[in-house]
Write a protein that binds this ligand. Structure first.
Ligand code: C5P
Length: 433
């Protein structure tokens, strides 16, 4: 069998992941992180995408996870164990018969010491082995030895487009899904071999989002959620316009939290600088009219509509086709007309989804939120103080519904979004009862 590549025998698994100040490749998180306290076993198999596992480790550790790397022999053809050891801050295992493990059962010790097993990249060979319960090395054996209910298995396939399309591979993938494994990707695009198509490993940032999501309760499984986010932009002429201050962070967090909870999510977004959460369908719009059209298109199918966008209340009556010149004299008069209220429009549909509004106010927050709840016929309104929510990474919110008010103390927006998703799930359960 393979020889051990780490010279000095450490206590088995004991100090895995212990961060050593100054020598942990800069990955230690300064804040608790979205994976604080989680133990991730990262399996690396033999594909060229193995070099991306290094970046994945960095991202996982930056979110506070402890990472234990296990490689197959073929993976060592692509990256060295020293790289993984340096990045994880922990010895790497690759041998079923590793003499460092006191009782000689590395597969049991490693799988019991993990909150999730992530194999990235997962080759066609590895998928085939796991789908058929075969285990002839440490990684496949510890996957088979895991306790399914406590330790989810996430697989990020990576292979050539023709290999991925093979019926044999697709059969194995279908079997793995049926057995409860989570398949992450693969993505489509350029491949290392020069060909192009499905089979690329998902990017590390997307894999990270999937791992974080795997730890969230599936409160909205099977639900379709529509979210608006960001500002709208109402053109005055080709270079000028009216807009609202909105970073889009809260709406994007709601879309991400709904996806984490298992929903199929459509995000209708005004102009923001944000990347769409992984797995969310994003439709980009500019004006309120465009946002309304996109929302009405998707609303019929939605179970839930969360309107987070800061829609401009007014727009110029007509946009000038050419840039208005700054001639001497009075500035041009701007005739404004009211924009449609998108949320109120959806709530008035014959069979509306559960409608949730946001209210950013500068004063009398709760009174305004209550008034909106009634005027727009909503299930709930999330109130926040405009002056400290806009553009910030965290916020203090209050959920206002017909039952009363519930304060959500200041927290990062993703955490607040998860609380909102939980409140929505509760409400859906009551409606169904
Ligand atoms: O602008 P207002 O304070 O009324 O916004 C309250 C809620 O209504 C928010 O959820 C916002 O996204 C939504 N809204 C909308 N269309 C508008 C104005 C607001 O959907 N034209």
């Amino acid at each position: 069998m393979t020889e051990s590549h780490t010279p000095s025998p450490p206590a088995p698994l004991a100090q895995a992941g212990a961060a050593r100040p100054g020598v942990d490749a800069g990955a230690a998180a300064t804040e608790p992180g979205l994976l604080a306290g989680r133990r991730i076993l990262l399996g690396v198999t033999g594909g060229i995408a193995a070099y991306k596992s290094c970046e994945l480790i960095r991202l996982l550790r930056a979110e506070g996870a402890r990472v234990q790397a296990v490689m197959t022999r073929a993976a060592r053809e692509f990256i060295g164990p020293a790289t993984l050891q340096a990045l994880t801050g922990s010895p790497v295992f690759d041998d079923l018969w590793d003499p460092r493990v006191a009782d000689g059962m590395a597969h049991i010790a490693l799988s019991r010491d993990a909150d999730a097993i992530v194999v990235a990249p997962a080759t066609a060979d590895f998928l085939g082995k796991i789908a058929n319960g075969l285990c002839d090395d440490l990684l496949s054996t510890l996957v088979l030895a895991r306790r399914n209910a406590q330790c989810p298995l996430l697989l990020a396939p990576a292979m050539n487009v023709e290999m991925w399309a093979q019926p044999a591979v697709q059969r194995n993938v279908a079997q793995l899904r049926a057995d409860g494994a989570l398949l992450l990707g693969p993505a489509c695009g350029e491949q290392a071999c020069g060909e192009s198509g499905a089979g690329r490993m998902l990017e590390p940032a997307a894999i990270l989002e999937e791992i974080i999501a795997a730890f969230q309760p599936k409160l909205l499984q099977g639900r379709r959620v529509l979210v608006t986010a960001g500002p709208t932009y109402e053109a005055i002429d080709p270079v000028r316009g009216i807009t609202n201050r909105s970073s889009g962070k809260m709406g994007y967090a709601v879309a991400r939290a709904a996806r984490e909870a298992g929903a199929a999510v459509t995000l209708v977004s005004g102009p923001t600088g944000l990347a769409a959460p992984h797995g969310v369908r994003r439709i980009d719009v500019l004006s309120a009219e465009e946002m309304r059209a996109a929302v009405l298109d998707a609303a019929g199918d939605a179970d839930v509509f969360v309107a987070v966008a800061a829609v401009a209340d007014w727009r110029p009556e007509s946009a000038a086709p050419r840039k208005l010149k700054k001639a001497a004299g009075a500035p041009p008069a701007l005739a404004l007309v009211a924009n449609p209220d998108i949320l109120a429009g959806v709530a008035r549909l014959a069979e509306p989804p559960l409608c949730v509004g946001f209210a950013a106010e500068t004063e009398d927050m709760i009174d305004h939120a209550r008034a909106k709840l009634q005027a727009k016929r909503l299930a709930m309104v999330i109130a926040n103080a405009a002056q400290d929510a806009i553009g910030a990474d965290d916020s203090a919110l209050t959920i206002v519904d017909e039952a009363g008010i519930r304060a959500l103390p200041r927290a990062p927006k993703l955490e607040q979004a998860r609380r909102i998703v939980a409140a929505i799930a509760e409400r859906l359960a009551q409606t169904a009862a």
